[in-house]
Design a protein around this ligand. Sequence first.
Ligand code: BGC
Length: 350
Amino acid sequence: MSTTRREVFGRLADGTDVHRWTLERGGTLLRVLDYGGIVQTLERPDRTGHVANLSLGFPDLVSYTTASPYFGALIGRYGNRIAEGRFTLDGTTYHLPVNDGPNSLHGGEDGFDKRVWDVRPNGGHGLTLALTSPHGDQGYPGRLDVEVDYTLGEDGSLRIDYRAVTDAPTVVNLTSHIYFNLAGEGSGGVGDHRLGLAAAHYTPVDEHLIPTGEIAPVAGTPFDFRRAKPVGRDLRDGHPQLLRAQGYDHNMLLDKGVTEEPEHAATLYDPGSGRLMTVATTEPALQLYSGNFLDGTLTGGSGRAYRQTDALCLETQHCPDSPNRPSFPSTVLRPGETYRSSTVYAFAVR
Ligand code: BGC
């Protein structure tokens, strides 16, 4: 069965109506807002058939507009940090708004997570969200025309396809900021979730969470998820990188690199509910973020407070600060080229 529904979710201060779209297929119920392209809920049954929402989020629009740490949102133009909000492209230096200590995070203060996207149903099982970001938007050069498809597969998998074109050289790094808890949002920590990552290297960060440029092996460190292990096993290890980020907030370099089609990147399994999620992507890296900055001040759809490590983000992307790191895979997009990125989140129970 497949259905697509639309309803009014709320109204922005400027009078714009925000809509919520609902898609249902293969046992997945997905709710998407046109505001921020936010995945508000992603509902799946556990091994006994009990349905829960696996994605942290709010029941109302005002929480999203005032307090959200990017719950479920589309991130652009640039996922994660650009050092000191500055980069040079073809000899011109561009300045971006700084919104995270000295750095620019997730596209700046007014990123794609705060825009109302144009949404249209696509193919009966999907939505296409479109956005035009004018030249100079948040300091970035070039007019960027972006499209993102959310598609539910027959098996209930969620596929996200990103496309963008520009009329001047620019940089792009789009991602989705879903906070996953396979036991259900509000159910507590994900320390017992078993995480596997096809990543033998990661990028250590400085005190402002900017990659130092080093490509470090995960072997012998808490960052080694090559054999799946509980997320919480090494979280209190005292490794300097974990202390710096208050947990995992690091870019894991996927062994497969950039690929034409989505290839295996991660598995996440919750032994309690039996829910299993696999992540496949075309991207060369994945930001592993263990919800370190959730501090108990936000309550989600279940009415329960979100605390540190109550979710895991697996943000498929290019590396943070790539525009300032020529040795990292390039995030430059030029006129005539099409930026493409795809990620598939597939679900099962065991
Ligand atoms: C970043 C974190 C940040 C979080 C939410 C993640 O992608 O790596 O440092 O706190 O997004 O804002």
